[in-house]
Design a protein around this ligand. Sequence first.
Ligand code: GLU
Ligand code: MG
Length: 436
Amino acid sequence: MTQTPLIFAALCDIAGKVRGKAFPADQLDKRLQRGLGWTPTNVQITCFDVIAESPFGALGDLLLIPDVDTLAETQFGDGAPTRLMLGDVTTLEGAPWDLCMRSALKGALARLHKAAGVHLIAAFEHEFQLKSPPALDHQAYGRGGFELQRDLCETLIAVLHGAGLEPDSIMKEYGPNQYEVVVGPAQGVRSADQAVILREFTRDTARSFGEEATFSPIRDTRSVGNGVHIHMSFVGDSGAPVTYNADGPCGMSAITDAFAAGVLKYMPSIVALTAPSVISYERLTPHRWSAAYNNLGFRDREASLRVCPVTAKDPASIARQFNIEYRAADAAASPYLALAAIVHAGCQGIEDGLTAPAPTEEDLSLLSPADLHARGFVRLPETLEAALDTFEADPVAKGWFPDSFAAVYRAHKNAEIAHLAEMDTPARCAAYEATY
Ligand code: GLU
Ligand code: MG
């Protein structure tokens, strides 16, 4: 049988789903210019394929323009290669569409450069679980659990490397059948492209071994969740690192300090965008090493924003390695939207000259609400509805996005919430692990 090689041009939308259309690879030049037709109301397809109330109805036309620099290819066994290319959604006239998440991230990165003259370097650390029942119990960080899936892990690392990512490490995480895969950082929008490629190719790799991988925020509330931890640092126009200052608070430069302050201040407003599923709020609870308060941690895994340790010894390498980590994110979020929200919050901190509070070193869940308030901390929203309300009630955070965004996002999430309304928590977890 002859087969025509295809390229799948895709976006990762509000639902965090990767959707698109394939075209014959020999049409690439044409498609890079003319794109592929896309439909406005697709933005309201939830992760459960329910179409939320849409301001567009059946009307309108858009273009999905693939970005040639994002081409990621891989191949399993004797099968034909799979090719993925990510892109932007534009109007027919070529302007960025207001609800294109990749364009929203580009806007946030441009704001950062304008506010501080720096570029963002980011790395997404992903946790996922294999859905098959664990063949071995008690395998937290265990060699046995790793060894059981070593072929899958080695294949995944080769697949990611072949797709142009720089694999850093892979391990058997704490939870049942839970693994963590880390790739090296990349500049700007490329970091979020990499997160999309990693999620898709991890699922493909698992499938090629007869396994199903899920990045769902949490599978079982009696156990741990699957986080997406976003590591961030900054470089100037020359590429020189500007994140670190040995004399700054926790080693942060003035830019990092102000950026961190903005992220902490606006975190209650942006979790609706970075942890956007109903069950995300089962994960964002104390004592899960996720994120329950808007606190800064110095090497503290209960903090929502963490100053990470550096292993380098010489000053130049320390300056390059130094980074802060946003932990209140999960893979129900489009990496573009999550990172756009974090970068806007950080920019607000820089533009308003904020400084970060001192890092916490205690268990904040033991403080009374009054003590928490007195110390300037808040418990992050405890449900998706509360998170959405907090975002909508914050004119500053809402103002970072086009006028149409907040209402579209709310309608989208309302449809997702309604789909789960009659389900108990285990059924909700099951629904999410079937889609993420
Ligand atoms: N599984 C934890 C989370 O939900 C993170 C554990 C860790 O790697 O520190 O974010
Ligand atoms: Mg982990």
